[in-house]
Design a binder for this molecule. Structure first.
Ligand SMILES: Cc1cc2nc3c(=O)[nH]c(=O)nc-3n(C[C@H](O)[C@H](O)[C@H](O)COP(=O)(O)O)c2cc1C
Length: 160
């Protein structure tokens, strides 16, 4: 075995972030990819997967999990996180810091509140939930990821 270089040390101690997405037509998946990219750019070790097939080992050791889905409603009301069946089927997120995000088309109503409730029901330590208009992605994604990392108290910049 050779000596460990700085890159290896940084990698060994990088904070672990998992990004999960639920997506019907690709907007939330695309948004999740931007979230994952911003987290990686901040120095984290990032895994991305669909809500339907979560990487269980990575979830249990994650410092922060992002969970994304789409807005389901009748535009003027009844806004709920989409893909609830898969979201409820996630393993218990007991006490893990979680940042939720959604995409919407026109009017998200109070969907962030409903999603925060769902994530809390799953046991998550909900830090922040934000929704993004599908037309404007990736606007605001870098700030959202930075806010979530700060709220989780992760100092990814000082990983060794
Ligand atoms: C059944 C259904 C209901 C929706 N209801 C709303 C809504 O109430 N408000 C809104 O802004 N967008 C609504 N949308 C739009 C989606 O939330 C939006 O297109 C989202 O970006 C889709 O994400 P996806 O491509 O990851 O599936 C609805 C979409 C569907 C399919």
């Amino acid at each position: 075995m050779g000596q460990l270089g700085t890159e290896d040390l940084l990698h060994c101690s990088a904070m672990k972030i998992v990004v999960l997405y639920e997506s019907r037509t690709g907007n939330t998946k695309r948004t999740a990819e931007y979230v994952a990219g911003a987290a990686a750019a901040a120095g984290a070790d990032v895994k991305i997967a669909s809500v339907a097939s979560p990487p269980l080992n990575d979830l249990t050791s994650a410092d922060l999990i992002f969970v994304g889905t789409w807005t389901d409603g009748i535009i003027i009301g009844g806004h709920m996180p989409g893909g609830r069946k898969n979201l409820y089927a996630l393993p218990d997120l007991w006490d893990i810091p979680v940042a939720g995000f959604l995409t919407h088309a026109i009017h998200p109503g109070k969907v962030t509140r409903a999603f925060a409730k769902l994530l809390a029901y799953k046991g998550a330590n909900v830090l922040v939930v934000r929704t993004f208009n599908r037309r404007n992605v990736p606007d605001g994604i870098a700030e959202f990821v930075a806010d979530a990392i700060a709220a989780a108290g992760i100092d990814v910049g000082a990983s060794n």
